[in-house]
Design a protein around this ligand. Structure first.
Ligand SMILES: C[S@@+](CC[C@H](N)C(=O)[O-])C[C@H]1O[C@@H](n2cnc3c(N)ncnc32)[C@H](O)[C@@H]1O
Ligand SMILES: [Mg+2]
Length: 225
């Protein structure tokens, strides 16, 4: 087995052993695949990690940027108390439509406010509506805009908010300053902003698994933003 095959096999072993992915989540993935959505959601073990982090944090108000078919959204929504709320933003109406059906089937629709449009257009609306602060913010939309998403995440945060950003390692390309991919440049500028931001304490973790080689960044907001 090559490394990628081993990482996937270990993820499958862990998923089966720890029962991370249940029938409802598997159905959501199947519906997303049938709907023709790209298979770029978090893995089952990563979804469970997000879920556990939200529970550890006691999150009641969650914001997600990048819904796709709602796989990570369902993991996060399951961490909420019955009066909790998750706002998730998705640009593609087709993705949003599949996600809405997945939320209904998963029994979490009442907890989720799915907004369709460009995140940078919707984020100011959330601020105007007083939907903030959020307790946990998961950034997983277009990587080119990660720097702006981080600026907005800070605006919509309070002391103690956790900001998590996915796909910040990009198979190691993140260390190449002149990389031609705007997504790599986006995560590099995002990490520079995080590093220079005195209001957060942050780290980033490399991951391997069913989704290949990538990683998450975590930032805890220490001071009122
Ligand atoms: C990696 S996928 C999200 C995966 C999902 N969080 C999961 O793990 O199950 C990224 C999503 O962001 C959406 N997206 C891209 N640009 C966006 C934008 N400007 N505003 C909001 N969503 C956007 C894409 O259409 C896609 O569905
Ligand atoms: Mg991702």
């Amino acid at each position: 087995m090559n490394s990628e095959q081993t990482w996937s096999a270990v993820d499958e072993y862990l998923g089966d052993l720890l029962g991370t992915d249940d029938a409802v989540l598997k159905d959501a993935l199947a519906a997303s695949a049938e709907g023709g959505l790209p298979e770029i959601q978090v893995s089952a073990t990563q979804g469970k990690l997000l879920h556990l982090l939200a529970r550890l944090h006691g999150a009641r108000h969650i914001l997600e940027l990048g819904t796709l078919g709602g796989y990570s959204t369902i993991w996060l929504a399951r961490a909420l108390p019955t009066d909790g709320q998750l706002v998730t933003l998705e640009y593609e109406p087709k993705h949003a439509e599949v996600a809405r059906r997945n939320f209904q089937r998963a029994g979490v629709a009442s907890l989720i406010d799915l907004r369709v449009g460009a995140a940078l257009d919707i984020l100011p609306q959330l601020e105007k509506e007083g939907r903030c602060p959020f307790d946990l913010i998961f950034i997983d939309a277009d990587k080119d805009n990660y720097p702006d998403y981080f600026r907005w995440a800070l605006r919509l945060s309070r002391r103690g908010t956790v900001i998590i950003a996915d796909n910040v390692i990009r198979k190691g390309a993140v260390i190449e300053p002149d990389h031609s991919d705007p997504r790599v440049q986006g995560v590099r500028r995002f990490l520079d902003l995080v590093a220079a931001e005195p209001r957060v304490s942050a780290t980033a973790i490399q991951t391997v698994g069913a989704k290949g080689y990538d990683g998450f960044a975590f930032a805890l907001v220490n001071a009122d933003a």
